[in-house]
Design a protein around this ligand. Sequence first.
Ligand code: GDP
Ligand code: MG
Length: 360
Amino acid sequence: MDKLLVSDVGRKCGFPMNESATSLEVLGWSRQGIAYPQLTDTQGVSRVVVEHRGAYEILGPFGAHEAILETASRQIADDPTDYPAVGDWVVHSLEPIDNRRVGIIEVLPRRSSMLRRAPGSAPVPQVVGANIDVLALVVSVDQEIDEHLIERYLVTAEGGNASPIIVVNKSDLGGAGKVRDRLEQRGIRCPIYLVSAKNENPHDQLVELLNQGSTVAVTGSSGVGKSTLVNQMVGDVVLATGAVTSEGSGRHTTVRRELLLAQGGVLIDTPGLREVQIWEELGLETVFHEIAAVATACRFADCSHRNEPSCAVKQATGDGRIDPSRLASYLALCEELSDLTDEIDEYQRSQRRRRDARQN
Ligand SMILES: Nc1nc2c(ncn2[C@@H]2O[C@H](COP(=O)(O)OP(=O)(O)O)[C@@H](O)[C@H]2O)c(=O)[nH]1
Ligand SMILES: [Mg+2]
């Protein structure tokens, strides 16, 4: 593991070590099972902690730096998901490539990625969080629990290869057990923790999770207590180093880090994660396990569970084995995905037409 700590490479290059130097281990590397890349003497590996428009803050064995994409990697990045996102591990130059920012040469293959539709009219995906081990969806006892929204998050997590958990916050107000019972009765199978972010001590199971070196992304609606929870987990010591200063335009701007070290692990709190829109159907079967199990008995393999004859899912809903509200939630997500597929097809056709027109 020595190789991953502040290494001889930096010293050899005379690269100024800044005091934020953080080992990859501390940044959550070891749980991720990503192969360490071949590096030259003038390259390092760091993790993206904040993404700005076209620029990044990275943290690693060589300290905290502002970074931009190398020209060569900018040319490779023709798919929006090729660009670095918060949580990514990147290979970068040790020396600045303009007079202050280091250059990102490569984004290492991701173990997981949280996708949403990119802002703007084109139906293209955007990575809002990368290499997340656990997606913690926070709900609270003093806000209406929206099961459809919860299921949407669960599908996004499962589809992106992160393990979901549900955190029922503000348990000090009472009624948290009831929320858990309701979710479990509905058929939601992921771990559900009852916590109070206002407690002096953070919740044992969350601490345990971070202690294993996990990267945990926190998401949920406004007001459920995400910020309070993150502060509770992070504690004062790390918060003090939680801001990076950049001397960009001659004045000091404090940048909010979206990736924080906490309890031996890593917490990610990106605003983009709060507007997830499902992008792929991968997680549907896992989240709606009871529907998937029954659907194998439908007469048609591509049964949409709407009007087809001999639909086992409709039958199971009729005789109470499947909750009609779960089916509604499932069908709504299927319809959204099918609309998205149509939109992507149309978009790609128009792109092709435009390309052909240019060539003629
Ligand atoms: N009673 C109680 N209030 C909480 C708890 N966690 C957060 N709050 C309060 O809920 C409000 C919203 O919290 P905040 O962290 O800003 O929510 P966010 O929008 O999800 O980041 C604030 O007034 C917090 O003090 C909790 O565990 N118990
Ligand atoms: Mg907040």
